[in-house]
Design a protein around this ligand. Sequence first.
Ligand code: DNO
Length: 398
Amino acid sequence: MEKTWRWFGKKDPISLEMLRQIGVEGIVTALHEIPNGEIWPLDAILDLKNHIETAGLHWSVVESLPVSESIKYGGTDRKQLIENYKISLANLGKAGITTVCYNFMPVIDWVRTDLAKKNKDGTYSLHFDKIRFACFDCCILQRENAEKDYSPEEIRQVRELEKTITPAEKEDLIHTIIVKTQGFVNGNIKDDDQHPVAIFKRLLALYQGIDKNKLRENLQYFLEQIIPTAEQYGVKLCIHPDDPPFPIFGLPRIVSSGDDIEWLLNAVPSKNNGLTFCAGSLSAGLHNNLPELAHRFAARTHFVHLRSTEVHANGDFTEASHLAGRGHLVELVRIFEDENPDLPMRVDHGKLMLGDIDNNIYNPGYSFLGRMFALAQVDGILATNGSASCRAERSRDI
Ligand code: DNO
């Protein structure tokens, strides 16, 4: 597997030179400054590509080429937006950047309720607490009929929490769920938006009447339109699974399980219609057995995110060490190395550890030392598998 790293562009405090020192081979990035829906011009792509190559690395994967909401809910301007998407894909292909990750999650990308949950050893992990999430949904957002999505016991706990949660904690919960984790991944809400909850409610309203089947229909339509362009320019599209892998806010989510992935790959049976195997996202669903999914979909996987989660009895989950939890990364690496060895892989998220904690400059999940530590762990797994990249690394040392 190729060792890649998510780098957020020229303003990222983690420089390409630093990444070379820690053994990174390929870069995962995007033209983050271009608003959703607009065309990525060829010259801007080439400029970033040259910048990366001048540092001795190469642009391996685009994460993400964002899909506008209107394409997802089937708005009247979707045709134009899909045309723009096709031009961006063609431009990427022309520039030789041929692996493109995207997602089809309505309104909100990944969801956590706590960005720094302290572990016993003093490090911090990202965490999802079901009751705090339900409290945001039922009490802050006050979504119509939200209570129906939770058990009576969960609602009882929400009411208890409502009695003690402070205004500052509420603000923090709002910012964690719909602002801090979203803006930097080209989300709908930016850091400086004044009324995030109101914006979020307007976005949710766009999906009235969109159920799982309708969302699938819209994804299939999108893929039918763009895959011929991807084939023509040799671009491998790879959808990112839902994180977490279950419906939230009454919105359907359609890339959460083996059956969903099977449906998606069969809907447009082209090799260019593939998967980002995000072990972290998939492992947060107890219905998913990661090694089984890896075997099943290795041939149509174009990109791998190595991360793991620990799911608790009450449905909460915490991002785990890369060597523990439900991700079974040791086994996954073995499977992918056997079945699709040239895949780009990045360690996805890292804990906050050592200097990361004082140095509060990173995007949530994308710490430096925590991710570097995880990369070293994964490097060890790769080395014991005798992977091509590790063999090259060893021969360089000599
Ligand atoms: C979060 C990420 C996601 C991912 C997108 C891909 O850390 O895993 O934001 O990049 O869903 O489209």
